[in-house]
Design a protein around this ligand. Structure first.
Ligand SMILES: [Zn+2]
Length: 82
């Protein structure tokens, strides 16, 4: 008579998933804390234009407008030397 006690897989992945969840949370926390803090003047320090209200809601301490931030984060296209 076969002994059907079921597969014993419990305990193999013990804690592994929980640990990666903590790593993800730590990464999120680090990203949040890397954001500029404090109050923004509401004016872009790069071009002097008013920073979008929606951007200030996302990043309260934003010191540049979305346009300038995008330009700053995106590498300038290399000028082709023809
Ligand atoms: Zn700007």
């Amino acid at each position: 008579m076969p002994d059907s006690s079921g597969p014993l897989i419990g305990g193999l992945a013990d804690g592994g998933q929980e640990q990666s969840q903590q790593l993800i949370q730590a990464a999120i926390d680090a990203a949040l804390h890397s954001l500029p803090e404090g109050e923004s003047t509401g004016v872009c320090t790069v071009c002097g234009e008013a920073i979008e209200a929606g951007r200030l809601e996302l990043i309260p301490g934003a010191s540049d407008c979305a346009d300038c931030a995008q330009k700053a984060s995106r590498p300038l296209p290399l000028s082709n030397s023809n």
